[in-house]
Design a protein around this ligand. Structure first.
Ligand code: AVJ
Ligand code: FE
Length: 440
């Protein structure tokens, strides 16, 4: 988000971001009946009605109580919506607010927040400086909207969501398979982006050796070649932990894929079964599958620093951009974000969104698994709460970068870091591969 300097414009921008998040939340929760809202569609996910009230509860905690100093509206429900008190598997059994009450709670909180926003002083301290905590709450709601979209994808039954497909691109046939990212220092992370979260901070210099990166994310067609070549049965291309997981979970293809007739692959996408589109980036593969594919291809996953250098470093000025295309916020011509479509665009789309290296679709379309564990940057300070990032640091989680069609622009930028377990496949994740460049 490009943040306005004057308070009146900032109030308007915050209200617009909160309203956009709420329209999306409503679209994701008004399209199914109460039984569908309260049911657990997968043990990996919360009931949709939990996400709805959790979003409202966090907004009440941070904005009404935190910024506004108000008393709790319903203190007895706080523990129900604390993600750390109840894992997702337990949530359906909790005495959750039923759909109508959850909706009323969310709209009551929002009404009071919009009143507070009219009067708040952005000079009152670091939490509200340039609207940070309001931006954090808009990002939080959009992240849960993305989680709810994953629940929709896991849900059985007929389609309830629809969106037009992305527009087909022009010049993709002439694209080189890989681009060279020059070696040398670049600035990773940020100390200036107003709504960046703690794990993106602070900006620091990192040296990266020259490397080649795939111009686009790996496609379904390329991944199907890995399958056809026996990649899922070739132990040597899997890491030891990956092979163990592949065996135990009997992985043989991306999640939601099934064999059609005549060697054709089909997939289920938001309640519709369709042929797998060959030119689209592959999705719903776990980190272990991405890692195995890369080794099969004689390549490797990019590290997080490599990914960010490819996405942000401008070799002409030497500075890091906010996005691959420059500093301006995303538009529909630059990246596939915000659930405008319900799928990634064909690999090679969005030429105007390309990075200086020529790599495309680094922002939007599919989250990209990186080789890296989720670790703090040098000088990291947990802020404003430890449970956002700090408790997840370590080797249990792998970092994903770049956002997806399912991520909103308020929660996606060149420095944004997502993370998940290396076995997770229900998220909208794909990957691209890299290799060292010869130093000669
Ligand atoms: C950053 C997507 C891993 O969903 O667990 C939502 C975001 N944190 N509520 C998650 C988040 C608190 C988080 N991820
Ligand atoms: Fe949350």
């Amino acid at each position: 988000m490009t943040i306005a300097a004057d308070a009146a414009t900032l109030r308007g921008e915050i209200a617009a971001r909160l309203t956009a998040a709420r329209s999306r939340t409503r679209a994701l929760t008004d399209c199914v009946d109460d039984a569908d809202l309260t049911r657990q569609h997968s043990p990996l996910m919360s009931p949709l009605v939990w996400d709805l009230a959790h979003v409202a509860n966090q907004e009440e905690l941070w904005l009404l109580r935190g910024v506004g100093g108000r008393d709790p509206m319903h203190p007895e429900i706080d523990p129900l919506y604390d993600a750390f008190q109840h894992p997702r598997t337990e949530r359906p059994a909790l005495p959750l607010l039923p759909p109508e009450q959850a909706r009323r709670y969310a709209s009551d909180v929002r009404g009071r927040v919009l009143d507070l926003l009219e009067r708040v002083s952005f000079a009152a301290g670091p939490l509200v400086d340039r609207g940070f905590v309001f931006g954090m709450i808009a990002q939080h709601e959009q992240q849960h909207d993305e989680t709810m979209l994953a629940t929709h994808q896991l849900r059985q039954g007929s389609a309830v969501l629809s969106a037009p497909p992305p527009r087909p691109p022009g010049d993709v046939l002439r694209l080189p398979a890989e681009v060279l990212v020059p070696g040398g220092q670049f600035t990773m992370g940020t100390s200036t982006e107003p709504w960046a979260l703690d794990n993106e901070r602070p900006a620091h210099e990192i040296d990266v050796l020259p490397f080649y990166l795939d111009t686009t994310p790996v496609t379904n067609a390329a991944f199907a070649e890995f399958i056809a070549d026996g990649g899922y049965y070739e132990r040597r291309v899997w890491s030891p932990a990956g092979w163990q997981h592949r065996q135990q979970a009997s992985l043989t293809a991306p999640l939601f894929w099934q064999q059609g007739g005549g060697g054709q692959w089909l997939r289920r996408r938001f309640g519709v079964t369709e042929p797998v589109p060959p030119a689209e980036p592959v999705m719903h593969v776990c980190w272990y599958e991405a890692d195995a594919y890369a080794r099969w291809a004689g390549r490797r996953l990019p590290t997080e620093a490599e990914w960010e250098k490819a996405a942000r470093h401008d070799p002409v000025t030497g500075r890091s951009r906010r996005y691959p295309w420059g500093d301006q916020d995303p538009t529909p011509a630059l990246a596939n974000l915000g659930q405008r479509h319900l799928q990634p665009a064909v690999a090679g789309s969005y030429p105007d969104g390309a990075a200086p290296s020529g790599a495309r679709q680094l922002i939007g379309d599919v989250w990209e698994w990186t080789a890296s564990d989720f670790l703090p940057y040098p000088g990291f300070k947990a802020w404003p709460y430890r449970e956002y990032s700090e408790v997840f640091f370590g080797s249990d989680y792998k970092v994903l970068r770049g956002g997806a069609f399912s991520a909103d622009q308020v929660a996606c930028r060149g420095t944004f870091r997502n993370w998940d377990y290396p076995i997770r496949r229900q998220i909208f994740a794909g990957f691209r591969t890299a290799r060292d460049a010869d130093l000669a």
